[in-house]
Write a protein that binds this ligand. Structure first.
Ligand code: HEC
Length: 129
């Protein structure tokens, strides 16, 4: 009986070992996702940040389509808009109203002018215009 339990334990341990090895192997047809294992942080400390989270963060925080897309053009540590220091109020507004490649234009129904102004100022961190 004791032998049987030990054999079962060894089997279980063996399987866990195999599974871990298989999951961490990288094949020629897969690449490691930069945000692997990340969950999206939806927290905010100010009302303007909360508005950004509500209207933009599904694409512009961790794992968002915008973040992943921008990581191809800007250094990946700055792919999230909130990590950028080069954004201006006007630039953010123009992109939001016109759209850019995979980013759809954001209408005044979704985000009105006053709300977009607050989001743009939050992202521009004091940069003008
Ligand atoms: C449906 C997803 C989606 C939503 C929602 C979205 N974006 Fe984007 N955004 C993108 C994608 C994708 C790109 C990158 C396009 C590219 O690769 O050129 C982008 C790019 C941008 C850029 C350009 C950055 C640069 O350096 O070129 C700005 C600014 C921007 N978004 C602002 C916003 C703001 C502000 C909001 C919310 C009001 C918002 N986006 C909502 C998907 C989205």
């Amino acid at each position: 009986m004791r032998h049987a339990i030990r054999a079962t334990l060894l089997l279980v341990v063996g399987h866990v070992g195999l599974a871990t090895a298989a999951e961490s192997s990288v094949s020629g047809t897969s690449i490691e996702n930069a945000f692997r294992g990340a969950i999206q942080d939806r927290s905010s400390k100010t009302a303007d940040e909360a508005l950004f989270v509500e209207k933009c963060s599904m694409c512009h925080r961790q794992m968002g389509m915008g973040t992943v897309s921008l990581a191809r053009r800007v250094p990946s540590e700055r792919a999230m808009l909130e990590k950028r220091t080069d954004l201006t109020v006007d630039f953010v507004k123009v992109i939001a109203r016109r759209g850019l490649t995979n980013m759809p234009r954001i209408s005044r129904i979704e985000v009105d002018d006053a709300q977009l102004d607050r989001i743009a100022r939050y992202l521009a961190k004091g940069n003008s215009p």
